[in-house]
Design a protein around this ligand. Structure first.
Ligand SMILES: Cc1ncc(COP(=O)(O)O)c(C=O)c1O
Length: 413
């Protein structure tokens, strides 16, 4: 545990939403759906739209500046994730990125090849792969324990063989919020010569990981849940990029960044990725003194720890309240240090969406449903029509938010 505690007032001041009159007094618990955007992102978007809204890279100053902002965003994001610039691909969303990747894998797979998916994931990292059965691929399912929603590595082992071409799983569940051991699973999967595709969407809202250290061949996440613009990041390691059939225009086949994201990403949003990096660097500079001497991914790691430590402290009272209440049922672990602050629960008195509506009367923003983790909800024996109530926090949520939510729940149970 670090001695440095997150300065929550400092981070909240970086999010214009907190000072908007219409949002004042509201506690925001729908961060797993999409976080607020930080100030530097909004400024970068506005700057691009005002000064550089031209086709980038052409030989006139506005276009050169536009291209330079985009290139800078890519290389800075790569440094934070500890990968190469050529390995970062910006697409419209994670769902679109997995879809494109699935087309590439489909072109590459041979008869008898198998792929393993889980039933813990968001559908973005299942459906694209399941559809490959239409192209002759066999898909096996690594299933959760229905009582807990957890994935156990012991259940993956018998599914692996020399026919396995890829295993797709989530870094962190967007419902039960357990963090899967990506490194351990990756080592196991690489042991049979298969690829690892990790959905990091639910993890990255809590800080950016060292993707190189995790070892995955593909790591995906969505920037609109990381205080940024609506883009999907797909890290694809260079060796894999070279070996897969490209999905872009034929004349771009030698450009790593064009091979798997055929739709041109929104230029302004790519430029605005700089705002996410600026924000993480500003948080780092505010809390630590070693910025000059450490790498970008080390800074990201320190900020991740700072965020996680704060999130653990903030969420524990909410876990205790829900877990201890006879009319509420908590999904996932009841110890904050074992999970992310995405807290799903059901109520014996209200359907999830109805409860969300009630809580809105007390200025609580959250939602009900299956959150596209349809298969997990079903596996856990919960009605997929109604789903769960989900209160999801990030580092800018504070103790007051949690007290507000507990009070609003307590009034109704
Ligand atoms: C865990 C998880 N994976 C994948 C996705 C899909 O991301 P996108 O909306 O960028 O397609 C989401 C979106 O909610 C998600 O929560």
């Amino acid at each position: 545990m670090s001695d440095t505690a997150l300065d929550v007032d400092f981070v909240r001041a970086a999010f214009p939403a907190f000072s908007q009159p219409d949002l004042k007094g509201w506690s925001f618990f729908e961060n797993a759906g999409g976080s607020y955007a930080c100030g530097p992102v909004i400024e970068a978007l506005s700057n691009y739209y005002t000064n550089n809204k031209v086709q980038p890279y052409h030989p006139f100053p506005a276009a050169q500046q536009a291209g330079a902002q985009m290139d800078r965003a890519k290389s800075r994001m790569a440094s934070m994730l500890n990968v190469q610039g050529s390995e970062v691909h910006f697409g419209p969303s994670t769902s679109q990125n997995t879809y494109n990747l699935a087309q590439a894998l489909a072109d590459d797979f041979k008869d008898g090849d198998e792929m393993i998916v889980t039933n813990q994931d968001h559908e973005a990292n299942i459906g694209s792969w399941q559809r490959l059965t239409q192209r002759g691929m066999k898909i096996k399912e690594w299933q959760v324990d229905p009582a807990t929603g957890e994935l156990h590595i012991a259940d993956l082992i018998p599914l692996l063989s020399n026919k396995t071409k890829a295993v797709a799983f989530t870094h962190c569940s967007n419902i039960i919020a357990s963090v899967n051991d990506v490194k351990q699973i990756t080592d196991l999967v690489h042991g049979v010569g298969a690829l690892v595709i990790v959905d990091g969407v639910s993890f990255c809202g809590h800080g950016l990981p060292d993707v190189d250290a995790l070892g995955a061949d593909v790591y995906l996440f969505s920037l609109y849940k990381v205080y940024g613009p609506h883009l999907g990041v797909m890290v694809m390691r260079d060796a894999l990029n070279k070996s897969l059939p490209q999905q872009g225009h034929f004349f771009n086949k030698d450009q790593a960044g064009h091979r798997f994201t055929p739709a041109g990403p929104d230029h302004a949003q790519v430029a605005a990725v700089n705002g996410v990096i600026d924000y993480i660097e500003a948080v780092h500079a505010h809390h630590f003194t070693d910025a000059q001497s450490i790498s970008s991914h080390k800074k990201a790691e320190q900020v991740l720890q700072l965020f996680q430590q704060h999130e653990h402290q903030t969420m524990q009272p909410l876990l205790d309240y829900i877990d201890g209440h006879s009319q509420l049922h908590l999904l996932g672990k009841n110890k904050a240090v074992q999970r992310a602050p995405t807290i799903s629960f059901t109520s014996a008195k209200y359907a999830p969406e109805a409860l969300a509506g009630q809580l809105a009367e007390d200025k609580i923003m959250l939602a009900g449903g299956h959150f596209y983790a349809y298969r997990l909800i079903k596996a856990m024996g919960i009605d997929t029509e109604t789903g769960v109530c989900r209160a999801s926090m990030v580092h800018y949520n504070n103790d007051q938010d949690v007290q507000n939510l507990i009070a609003a729940l307590d009034k109704r149970h």
